[in-house]
Design a protein around this ligand. Structure first.
Ligand code: FES
Ligand SMILES: [Fe+2]
Length: 370
């Protein structure tokens, strides 16, 4: 009998939430954004990680990451999720260079600042590394590179993200549930026929299911039942788009879902579209779900071909948004239940093996000394 390792109280407890922020989010590599938003000098993105706002900025082609807090009197520096501009605090106008050192301080003569003080006023530096088009940051300088952290998943993520074409959908929603509920929900297909009867289930019954547990980052693939899929509207659209989709750079031959522990998931339907989700904890019982959907890079030769692809992606996006809404609703119901439960217990089926793997990885980290 496989049982959950995370106690129900861990899904609403404030102290556990603080431990998670420190031992998980501030300790591991975290997804921060896309290199495509950081192409030019002074392009920047901001990400919320472990309860902190982090900036990643391009300085003449080199990416640097800092805590988004001014060293003078601690105002936030950049406010937009992404943009282009010098690293300048909006409060008194301090400007920072690529090393996070304040290089322009208005009325500097009124301060008692020498070179040493300037150095001590450096912004808190975070580590930043890139895998394909994905940018990751980390505060804990324990020597573990992004490649080592991702292990066998590194090459997969690089290939997936290099295949991204246009972004066809992006949204942020707040879910009234703990981030572990929303993340675990993506790791099992057991709920699909109950929760997504008229949406996700259209893709067919899973066939040739494979669970791949690559250290802490588990994955799942299945080919789906082709006969069942052929009846759906999406199948007809896919058939119509078949010759255009042939030009896509990545064919994985199945539906594929990858967790990058702790809270990033990337799914693809045979390399046609890519669905990224970040399950960002707001507090013990609220999560911000950010979702990005990309269609594959394609060699589109005419407006007619573009129309076919647009119709297909609109249809896929519509189903995806419906699936997300169904998941939001069920996660909020799960939170109501779990918040009322004090005892341990529960049980996992074989379909929920990845949730169990998630519990194992989580428990190891949360129980380590602070
Ligand atoms: S708080 Fe940033 S310049 Fe004063
Ligand atoms: Fe779901």
């Amino acid at each position: 009998m496989i049982k959950p390792l995370i106690l129900p109280s861990y899904y609403s407890d404030t102290e556990i939430f603080q431990r998670e922020q420190m031992l998980i989010f501030q300790n591991l590599w975290n997804f921060a954004g896309f290199t495509t938003d950081l192409q030019s000098h002074n392009d920047y993105i901001c990400a919320e990680i472990g309860g902190k706002s982090i900036i990643v900025q391009n300085f003449h082609g080199e990416l640097q990451a800092f805590l988004n807090v001014c060293s003078h009197r601690f105002s936030q520096i950049h406010q937009l999720p992404q943009g282009n501009g010098v690293l300048k605090c909006p409060y008194h106008g301090w400007v920072y260079n690529c090393d996070g050192i304040p290089v322009a301080i208005p009325s500097v003569e009124r301060f008692d600042i020498n070179n040493e003080t300037r150095e001590s006023l450096r912004l808190e530096k975070w580590l930043v590394e890139v895998c394909g088009k994905l940018v990751f940051v980390k505060i804990n300088d324990d020597g573990l590179t992004l490649k080592e952290f991702l292990g066998g998943v590194y090459d997969k993520l690089a290939k997936f993200s290099e295949a991204f074409g246009h972004k066809i959908n992006e949204f942020k929603i707040k879910i009234n549930a703990n981030w572990k509920i929303t993340t675990e929900n993506t790791l099992e297909g057991y709920h699909v026929f109950s929760v997504h009867k008229n949406t996700f289930s259209k893709y067919g019954f899973p066939v040739d299911k494979k669970y791949i547990c690559n250290e802490i980052h588990s994955a799942y693939s299945d080919k789906g039942n082709p006969k069942y899929i052929e009846k759906s509207k999406e199948a007809i659209l896919l058939k119509k788009a078949e010759s255009i989709l042939e030009s896509r750079p990545l064919k994985v031959g199945s539906f594929y879902h990858q967790l990058v522990f702790p809270n990033l998931t990337i799914a693809t339907n045979d390399g046609i579209a890519f669905y990224l989700q970040i399950h960002q904890p707001i507090n013990p019982v609220e999560t911000k779900l950010t979702s990005h959907v990309f269609v594959s890079k394609l060699d589109i030769k005419s407006d007619f071909e573009q129309d076919i692809i647009d119709t297909l992606t609109q249809s896929l996006t519509k189903i995806y948004v419906e699936v997300c809404e169904e998941d939001k609703a069920i996660c909020e119901i799960v939170q109501l239940g779990i918040s009322s439960r004090n005892q341990e217990g529960g049980i996992f089926s074989l379909e929920e093996q990845r949730v169990y793997e998630f519990h194992k990885a989580y428990s190891k980290l949360i129980n380590s000394p602070m």
